[in-house]
Ligand binder design. Structure first.
Ligand code: FAD
Ligand code: N01
Length: 543
């Protein structure tokens, strides 16, 4: 069993495990390791817990997986006692929940806020990680766990003249904590992904005018958000474990009421009825209306046509409706969930600028210029997303065995075994890393599955006198190939999404998440059952 006391030396504090990040992944990781009697510490760049929900405070921010599912399941007491107020909780409520969890499980004392992990280097001789923090402190740990988030590094596109803009520039992913009063302002919004789609209707209610700069239109399904019905909640709580267990059997790990039928095997009337029913209920379950929507272009085209007709119904001006209608498969870019997004464009004070027709040229001190017009704005909102899945990991200068740099290793795209570990980097774990279902699933259960896998692995290593675990290169290669082959069978590689890194200039185009929660979880179980198949385990030896 590893040491439970913090060792203080000239080289700084020493821990069994350093956890990077205090979002839902880091919090649960800390709880598990503490329960195992290990000395673990979280270093968090922000000044509070919650990760995504600490940073993304833009108007309208809320989850789009129902809260009764987008919540931890590791503690039945917690899931019984916590009361969500709406179908989709607001950012503020989710942040309150994260704080409640940290308080309830006594985690705050082991979290160091306002501290960024800048470097982490493996000492092959001592078999420990030397971790350098933003306050120049250095600490050591046997294990490092990157709970750094898939969507935590804001993407700032290189837009000519942006630095000359005289008004305020906000990024949705770094929204000021004190809020922003947009009353009477002419607001420019760049981007039309989930963050923009959630916030634009609310911004439009407040601002004098909104100009939306759209490069690619997105599909969005109505949220139909509402206060939670106490009877529904009581029913779920009476069978929470069974409900969660059922969801583990579903493709996205969420209760999307997965269909096993093909969109092409039913009559047109049946298909329309199915889409109508899901549209009326709202939410991402639309995507599971037919089993082949993510895999078959012709099947997917039926969903495209359905949503296109809904956009045409919602938007008064047919030309505008056309501009707002995507020409990509539904779900290829992450499906959005909204409240009155398309309808907002019927307002006289909301303008859509189609950047594909009129490319963005520059930002000036007071305006945004396209190839054909200039739009005066008082402030600019960048709803331009994130350097997804790899950004937060490669932002840290990680050096593995023999000084190998992770940034170099991942230059041609991330390579990880099961999205949990990467060859050449012993005792380094990734939570929801590339090659795991992560962003193609309900992320909270996926986080819990990873945290439990990693903490069980650490318990096994400590219990069996192993000093280190490392992914084998051939197992990693085979897994990366499998992830790609699975993606190739689907519609996902067919558009420029952040799943492929296509939103970040210069980023290698590689499909990063793994498609399919049940087979993934099964594979993780098999690996353990076969004595950590695909990993090398190094026995403790006197140095
Ligand atoms: P995060 O919450 O991103 O936390 C990572 C933390 O690590 C951050 O606090 C960051 O500051 C810290 N960090 C990163 N690098 C360092 C470093 N070098 N040093 C110190 N600290 C560091 N998923 C769903 O399944 N359903 C949803 O409805 C949903 N809604 C979302 C809405 C928004 C607006 C966004 C952006 C994402 C949403 N997601 C959703 C995905 C969401 O990111 C995950 O569900 C989940 O919150 C991720 O938790 P995490 O702990 O893995 O990462
Ligand atoms: O980011 P995005 P997001 N010039 O990358 C545009 C989760 N989330 O923050 O598509 C002009 O989706 C870019 O255009 P294009 C969810 O997983 C969930 O909205 O690259 N435009 C795109 O329109 C989500 O998928 C919720 O052509 C530029 C937009 O910016 C993920 O987080 C809410 C540009 C970015 O969209 C990211 O969502 C919010 C440029 N140079 C987030 N660069 C829920 O509802 C980029 N764009 C739960």
């Amino acid at each position: 069993m590893a040491e439970t006391q913090i060792q203080q030396s000239d080289a700084g504090s020493s821990y069994d495990a350093v956890i990077v990040g205090a979002g839902f992944a880091g919090l649960y990781m800390l709880h598990r390791l503490k329960r195992q009697g290990l000395q673990a510490r979280i270093f968090e760049a922000g000044s509070g817990v919650g990760g995504t929900w600490f940073w993304n405070r833009y108007p309208g921010a809320r989850c789009d997986i129902p809260s009764v599912e987008y919540s931890y399941q590791f503690s039945d007491e917690l899931q019984q006692e916590w009361e969500w107020s709406e179908k989709y909780a607001t950012q503020a409520e989710i942040l309150k929940y994260a704080n409640h969890v940290a308080e309830r499980f006594d985690l705050f004392g082991d979290i160091q806020f306002n501290t960024k992990v800048e470097q982490s280097a493996y000492d092959d001789e001592q078999r420990l990680w030397r971790v350098t923090l933003s306050n120049a402190e250095q600490v050591t740990a046997q294990y490092v766990i990157m709970a750094t988030g898939c969507l935590s590094v804001p993407n700032f596109p290189k837009i000519k003249g942006l630095e000359d803009f005289s008004g305020n520039v906000y990024h949705t992913g770094l929204w000021p904590h004190e809020g922003v009063d947009l009353t009477g302002k002419r607001v420019g919004v760049i981007g039309t992904g989930s963050s923009a789609i959630q916030s634009i209707p609310i911004i439009a209610d407040q601002a004098q005018s909104v100009t939306v700069f759209q490069r690619t239109p997105n599909y969005s399904v109505p949220a139909r958000n509402a206060p939670l019905d106490p009877e529904f909640v009581a029913d779920i709580k009476s069978r929470y474990q069974e409900y969660r267990a059922q969801n583990w059997q579903r493709g996205f790990g969420a209760d999307f009421r997965d269909s096993e039928r093909s969109a092409l095997e039913v009559s047109e009337a049946e298909r329309e009825a199915e889409y109508e029913e899901r549209w009326a209920k709202g939410g991402l379950a639309f995507l599971a209306a037919f089993a082949d929507l993510p895999f078959d272009d012709a099947a997917n085209a039926t969903a495209r046509d359905f949503i296109a007709a809904k956009i045409a119904d919602a938007v008064d001006d047919p030309e505008l409706a056309k501009k707002l209608t995507p020409d990509t498969p539904v779900g290829c870019k992450r499906l959005c969930v909204d409240t009155n997004y398309y309808q907002t464009f019927n307002r006289d004070d909301v303008t859509l600028v189609d950047l594909r027709e009129h490319p963005l040229q520059a930002v000036t001190a007071t305006s945004v210029k396209t190839a054909s017009a200039e739009y005066e704005v008082d402030c600019l909102i960048l709803a331009t997303g994130f350097d997804a899945m790899t950004g937060a990991v490669t932002q840290v200068d990680i050096r593995g065995s023999g000084g190998q740099s992770l940034q170099d290793k991942w230059q041609e795209g991330p390579r990880a075994y099961l999205g949990l570990a990467t060859a050449g980097f012993p005792n380094l774990f990734l939570i929801t890393g590339p090659g795991s279902p992560s962003v193609l699933s309900n992320m909270l259960p996926s986080i819990e599955q990873h945290v439990e896998w990693v903490s069980d692995c650490i318990a096994y290593l400590n219990g069996h006198q192993f000093a280190a675990i490392e992914a084998q290169a051939d197992a990693e290669d085979a897994w990366v190939e499998h992830v790609n082959e699975t993606a190739e069978l689907s519609i996902y590689p067919n558009c420029n999404s952040w799943y492929l890194g296509a939103n970040v200039e210069g980023k290698k185009r590689v499909f990063m998440p793994y498609l399919g929660v049940p087979p993934y979880v099964e594979k993780c179980r098999e690996v353990v059952a076969n004595n950590y198949e695909g990993f090398s385990l190094v026995q403790l030896s006197p140095h």
